[in-house]
Design a binder for this molecule. Structure first.
Ligand code: HEM
Length: 537
């Protein structure tokens, strides 16, 4: 939790992952890091957790051992209790009551983050339309354009991930990469996301890729750093100062996108006009930029700058979160080498099956006297398709287990918009903040055996895909506001895992004494040791 932010005020591109990404990781994580005013809950039946001797807040006890702290509090006070954390009184909600926070529109994660950071004004300074408080435009863009079309984006994503992996790591023996995130993973993810979001013509610009990688760090600057004690003053200044374009660090990123997209949009328009004039169908480029332009009026956009501002919001939500979790996946593969063979065997089995099916189809077509056709080109028999990735259930379970095991224990704060009575009779009054006890969800006995252990095949054979959000799996939130990008994120994570396992026979942690720390690191925390890669022969 605390490590999500950098303590440096001179963030550079490579610091992107030390800063918090409030959109992607759930607005409330950022909120949690930037708490300010003490707003006590006035329902006397909700008890304030006792303080450790010598402590005046719960910060240190929580930081020392999140699990132990929460286990103690749950045992003493049950599923709902108040704590003093980061200068704020928060009501911890646990277990089956968590659902009532996520499913009740009287709780707002977005209000919480805005209260703590003043971020809404800043985000609104990036766009010209869709500024009402409960606007869901970015959610809808992802939900309606990315998730249902994932199979069509998959070839591009896989190709880009492979190209960047080859470029950044390539064939090697015992090669040490001190910071796999900045040296490899963020290039891979930014390259793939850029192709999906803005198309290959724009994504080939290095400036654009840099924007995809660094805008998160710049966003972090706005939220500030050293979050242990945030002040109301900071929130106030964020609200006021970043309204002006001169001070807004995102301005330059929007400019990069406008500059790179302008010639591409003009060329696309020219080609479309040409096609129309010739009475032909214009084949629309398959990227989000095109979809935003095609739905310009539906999404209430004002101009191209506005479209680019919305694209940047999408980048903020997606690139950092996915790069960070992909990096972590590599550390888990390295920490548990005993599972690598099974993951490799699974992918070979799935691809063998795909190849057999296609051979069978070719045979049938030939027997029926039909042409085989490009769709069955043998060169693509072993492509990593969306369907193939979906069939890799061990990889899926591995990824879900990482999220279950690693997730921050207290996060996703929600502010009550009016008085809310939980089903146990306790009341959160208007303005109170509920914070979710993820430990109670992710380590409940319902998760199976050894809930405190990493068991990668925990979900194999169960209806628990890594994309399935619910009260037993909350890294993407749940309900109406659950992360709409999780389908893309999980597919990319699984693809990264599959590519790594297929290309490298050994991935090792540079300093094994740091393994435990690495496995427990939260999103955005600094990399404390490198990885050593050896290619498959
Ligand atoms: C591992 C990667 C990711 C993680 C852990 C993550 C996590 C989250 C979480 C916790 C939320 C808040 C949910 C809530 O309030 O209940 C969220 C919201 C959101 N995420 Fe993600 N996310 C990831 C990747 C992505 C990607 C790839 C995209 C876009 C393609 C995306 C787009 C969004 C959007 C638009 C929202 C706002 C949803 C709303 O308020 O309705 N995320 N994400």
């Amino acid at each position: 939790m605390l490590g999500l932010v950098s303590s440096s005020s001179t963030l550079v591109a490579t610091d992107a992952f030390k800063v918090i990404l409030p959109i992607g990781i759930g607005f409330a994580s950022a909120a949690f890091l930037t708490m300010k005013i003490v707003t006590p809950n006035t329902d006397k039946s909700i008890q304030m957790a006792s303080l450790r001797a010598g402590d005046s807040t719960h910060d240190d006890e929580y930081t020392d051992d999140q699990d132990e702290f929460l286990a103690r509090c749950e045992e003493e006070y049950g599923p709902v209790f108040n704590i003093l954390l980061l200068n704020k009184t928060l009501t911890v909600v646990s277990g089956r009551l968590i659902r009532e926070v996520f499913m009740n529109e009287d709780f707002s994660a977005s209000d919480a983050i805005d209260e703590f950071t003043g971020m809404r004004a800043f985000m609104h300074s990036m766009i010209k339309s869709n500024k009402d408080v409960d606007n869901r435009i970015i959610h809808e863009v992802v939900r309606d354009n990315i998730s249902p079309n994932l199979p069509t984006f998959t070839p591009t994503i896989v190709e880009q991930l492979e190209i960047q992996l080859e470029k950044c790591l390539g064939k090697c023996e015992e090669k040490l990469i001190e910071n796999p995130l900045t040296s490899v993973l963020q290039e891979m993810i930014a390259g793939a996301m850029a192709n999906v979001f803005v198309g290959p013509e724009v994504a080939k610009s290095r400036k654009v890729i840099n924007t995809f990688i660094t805008c998160t760090a710049d966003f972090g600057k706005v939220l500030g750093n050293s979050f242990r004690r945030k002040s109301a003053w900071r929130t106030f200044t964020t609200r006021t100062k970043y309204r002006t374009s001169l001070l807004n660090p995102m301005e330059k990123h929007i400019h990069v996108l406008v500059e790179a997209t302008t010639p591409v949009i003009l060329e696309r328009r020219r080609l479309e006009a040409e096609a129309v004039a010739a009475g032909q169908d214009y084949i629309r480029p398959n990227d989000i930029l095109q979809r935003l332009l095609d739905n310009f009026d539906k999404y209430n956009f004002v101009d191209q700058e506005d479209v680019c501002g919305h694209l940047l919001l999408l980048v903020l939500a997606s690139v950092h979160t996915t790069s960070d979790t992909s990096t972590n996946l590599l550390y888990y593969l390295a920490a548990f080498p005993q599972y690598q063979d099974q993951l490799y065997a699974e992918q070979q089995e799935v691809l063998d099956g795909q190849q057999r099916e296609r051979e069978e189809l070719r045979k049938k077509r030939l027997e029926a006297g039909e042409e085989v056709g490009e769709d069955l080109d043998p060169a693509h028999d072993r492509d990593l398709t969306a369907a193939a990735i979906k069939k890799m259930v061990h990889m899926d379970s591995f990824v879900r287990e990482i999220f279950r095991y690693r997730t921050e224990r207290l996060t996703l704060t929600h502010r009550a918009r009016r008085d809310v009575t939980l089903s146990n009779g306790m009341v959160l009054y208007k303005g109170n903040n509920a914070i979710i006890n993820m430990k109670s969800a992710h380590q409940s006995p319902d998760q199976g055996e050894d809930v405190a252990e990493f068991r990668p095949w925990r979900f194999v054979g169960k209806p628990k895909a890594a994309t399935k959000a619910g009260s037993d799996f909350l890294p993407f939130g749940m309900g109406r506001h659950a992360c709409p990008g999780r389908f893309l994120a999980i597919q990319q994570l699984k693809t990264v895992g599959v590519l790594m396992i297929s290309k490298y026979s050994k991935i090792q942690i540079q300093d094994p004494s740091k393994t435990n720390k690495v496995l427990r690191s939260r999103i955005g925390e600094p990399i404390v040791t490198g990885l050593i890669f050896t290619s498959r022969q």
